[in-house]
Structure formats: C-alpha cells, structure tokens
Design a protein around this ligand. Structure first.
Ligand SMILES: NC(=O)c1ccc[n+]([C@@H]2O[C@H](COP(=O)([O-])OP(=O)(O)OC[C@H]3O[C@@H](n4cnc5c(N)ncnc54)[C@H](OP(=O)(O)O)[C@@H]3O)[C@@H](O)[C@H]2O)c1
Length: 363
C-alpha cells in the first residue's frame, strides 16, 4: 500500500508552533536572565571564523564580539563597502585596547549560487583552517509577493537555506582542516510553523498558497533537516559539530521590508524583544562553549534524528516534531543537493579527497 504523503502541518502542530512563538516573545527575557550580556568570552586567538551577514543586526554583533576576543574574523557579506566601513569604525574604537582586530571582508551574495561558489573557492584556495562557520545571513520579506533569485529559486529558500547549504558543503575541506570545528546556523523558533515539501522546495506547485510566512518558516525547517542529515554523514573523526540556534525575537533590521504597522509594533514592545547583542548570545555560545561539542557528540552517538538545537537562552532544546521526520529530512537533503548542483555523494567524495563538480561557479 502506498503511504499517503503529508501535504501540510497538522492543526495541532500548527497551534503548537504559534504557542512556541508566543512563549518565546513573552518569556525569552525570563528564560535568558541567567546569561551575561554580552557573554564573557575567553581569548579566541586560535579561532578562524566566517560569519555571513555581518553588516547588520545579530551577525554584526557576533562578528564584533568574536573579533574583539581575538578571533581571525571573516565578514562574508554582499555589501563589502559597508563591511569595510564597519572594520574601520571597530578598529578606531579598539585603539589602545590591544593588538588591532584581525578582521577582513569577503564578498558573498547568497542570492547567487555562483557567488557562493566563488566565495568558497577563494577561501579554500588560502588553505587555511576554518574553525567556525556561522550561517547567520537571512531574510524575512513579510507581506512581499513571491520572488525568485536569479538562479530561479524562491528567495527565502535560497538565502536562508540553499545558499548556506552550498556554502557549508563547499567549505567542508577547510572545516576539516580546522578540526575540531563548528557549523552554527542562526535558525528561528518560527521553524515550528514550517512545513517542507521536498518535491516543492520552490513553492510553485500550487499545492499550497504562497505567503512569505510559508517561505520563511519552510526555509528554516529545511535548514534543520539538511543539517541533521549532514551531521549523520560526517564521521565523528571529522570533528565537525553542527548546531542550529534560535537567537530569540530580536530588534534588528530584519523588519526593514515589513509593513509600517509591524515596524511600529517592534517599537512598541521593546521590553519583550532582545537587542542585537542579546540575540547574538546563542550563536556565540554555540560557536565557542566547550560543552556544546560534547553535547553534539552525545546526540551523534545516540543516533538522534536531529542535529543539536540551542534555544535563545543557550540551553539545548528539541526542534519541532516535523524536524524529527527522518524520511523527509533525507529527501530534503537529496533535493537540496540537486538544486545547488552538487552530486548526491558529495560528502563521501569530499571525505575521500575525490574531485566533484558543482553546476554553479563555472567560468
Ligand atoms: N531578528 C529576529 O527576531 C530573528 C529571529 C529569528 C531568527 N533570526 C535570524 O537571524 C539572522 C540574522 O537576521 P537579523 O535579524 O540580524 O536581520 P538583519 O539585521 O536584516 O541582518 C541580516 C543580514 O543578512 C544579510 N543578507 C541578507 N541577504 C543576503 C544575501 N543575499 N547575501 C548575503 N547576505 C545577506 C544582510 O546584509 P545586507 O545588510 O546587505 O542586507 C544582513 O547583514 C537571520 O537568519 C534571521 O532569519 C532573526
């Protein structure tokens, strides 16, 4: 008998998703009251970190704090001029506080898979170890009509999932060189409202009516599913931990494309919202705390269905019920590799040191 495929979230899951979101808005401050702001970080001179989307909001704070703690920091951003200006400002503010910050900008536009391949090639060619990759850049174009990247993919899916997925895979050789290393994905509690149809990652089949909420939440769920399979594919000896985090509900520029009324809402509830520094804590914790890699090791040893997930209070939590669906996760993995133009056995090839072709980034 052919099993009937699920076509949307069940209404109980949907209700639970909304409750998770409202709980996070109402209680995040209480949950996270044990955390310092900013987090106290040890010296990180031994770390090389790439942070995507580091010109604004949460990514900007992550980048600044990691650099001020001594890490070699690469700001992967589409607006390189804004990145250079930030570096100049931070260096000036840092004058007299120690050795100059070790920070640089490299161009990355996640709307273009060619750009992702170019970035990864340029970084890998330096043959430097990479200890931390933070996939932070993301968009949430509330209320906008369905839009597609120049590669032809729905824009939330491309910027929040497909682009970061391609970047992660292509940077694996550098992450292996930097072992023990970590991949941190800045995810969202809103993935609880997400549903992914692997045969329709682009949301064009008409089976579900497009809305930016569907695009955003689905892209965040797809990221967890993809990360969970990657975690399984990487042997423990590779020494790479994968962690998804919720930053909380944070007052950043993510509301820039949202209707005025929503932007005004942001201003009205400042007590409940985290500022960017508070929102950066879970990603910084995931990138630097020694217990996090131990926790990832335990999940892997237990063959847990999902990768590690940290809540906005930096504590481990379970992602949504849908994220635990191993069969869908596997299909999301396969479809993602197909869409970003990589062979289905790319990880195995990488681990064996074999060459492989990517459809994108061909001159
Ligand atoms: N704010 C929240 O409440 C919240 C809650 C949950 C999860 N998150 C997640 O947190 C992450 C950071 O968001 P944020 O709130 O800090 O928003 P933000 O202030 O809008 O920052 C987003 C960053 O991503 C970059 N970016 C956007 N599109 C890009 C592209 N095509 N290529 C490269 N970089 C791109 C932006 O660069 P430009 O400056 O050039 O546009 C910016 O640096 C996102 O993944 C978001 O989904 C945020």
């Amino acid at each position: 008998m052919v099993s009937q495929q699920k076509r949307a979230l069940g209404w109980i899951e949907w209700l639970k998703g909304w409750l998770s979101l409202f709980y996070e808005i109402l209680f995040q401050r209480i949950w996270a009251c044990h955390l310092q702001n900013p987090l106290h970080l040890p010296h990180l001179h031994h770390l090389t970190c790439i942070v995507t989307g580091s010109t604004s909001g949460i990514g900007l704070e992550i980048a600044r704090q990691l650099a001020e703690s001594g890490a070699h920091l690469i700001m992967a951003c589409r607006n390189t001029k804004a990145g250079e200006e930030l570096i100049q400002k931070w260096q000036e503010e840092w004058t007299g506080m120690g050795v100059p910050l070790n920070i640089e900008v490299m161009e990355l536009d996640l709307q273009s898979l060619d750009s992702v391949v170019r970035f990864a090639r340029a970084w890998n060619a330096r043959l430097l170890p990479l200890n931390v990759l933070i996939n932070n850049a993301g968009i949430f174009s509330i209320g906008a009509p369905q839009r597609f990247s120049k590669d032809g993919y729905e824009e939330h899916m491309q910027v929040n999932h497909l682009g970061p997925a391609l970047l992660t895979i292509l940077l694996l050789p550098s992450l292996i060189r930097g072992t023990p290393s970590r991949i941190v994905n800045v995810n969202s509690v809103m993935h609880h409202l997400g549903f992914v149809d692997p045969d329709d990652l682009n949301l064009v089949s008409g089976r579900r009516r497009y809305g930016s909420m569907i695009g955003y939440t689905g892209s965040k769920l797809a990221q967890i599913m993809f990360s969970s399979i990657l975690q399984k594919k990487l042997p423990s000896e590779a020494g790479i931990s994968i962690i998804c985090v919720s930053p909380g509900i944070v007052h950043t520029n993510i509301a820039r494309t949202q209707p005025r009324i929503i932007q005004a809402g942001y201003q009205l509830i400042p007590y409940f919202l985290f500022n960017a520094q508070e929102g950066a804590r879970s990603a910084i914790f995931a990138a630097t705390d020694p217990q996090v890699s131990e926790y990832c090791g335990v999940l892997k040893a237990d063959d847990w269905p999902t990768c590690a997930y940290l809540s906005c209070d930096c504590r481990p939590t379970n992602p949504s019920e849908e994220a635990h669906n191993v069969e869908t996760s596997q299909r999301v993995w396969e479809k993602t590799l197909e869409l970003v133009g990589l062979p289905s056995d790319v990880v195995e090839k990488l681990l064996e040191g074999e060459d492989f072709q990517c459809k994108y980034g061909v001159d």
